[in-house]
Design a protein around this ligand. Sequence first.
Ligand code: FE2
Ligand code: FE2
Length: 143
Amino acid sequence: MTSIPEYMTAKHRECDDVFSEAEAAVAQENWSLALDKWQCFAQELTKHFEQEEGKLFPEFEQATGMTSGPTQVMRMEHQQMRALVQDLDNALAAKNKDEYLGLSETLMVMMQQHNMKEEMMLYPMMDQHLSDGEQIIEQFKAD
Ligand SMILES: [Fe+2]
Ligand SMILES: [Fe+2]
């Protein structure tokens, strides 16, 4: 069985890795590889956000009664990252290397800060408050 912090943190790392591969491919102007990696990243990130917003955040809010605390901040940051992902998608479609690399840097910083807050604070709190955390993760694995 896998805990919430263990599984979700591993997913952050996986997203980071594919994100770096996409960035490296753009830097080398290997556009087909870049598109491949980028689409893989965007898909994984979208799924991760949906698992948080659709399942983990509501469960946490219900268990703790904290509806306007950390989960609200995380949702807002997801929206900011979604907007950046859209901009990056456009930059890649236009094969605009400089634009892509600039936006990529911004998203990376935002993602690091966001993930750190989840890993240091939110996921451990979920682990503490959600008694069915391991069952939730089993569902995520099947997604
Ligand atoms: Fe998140
Ligand atoms: Fe996350």
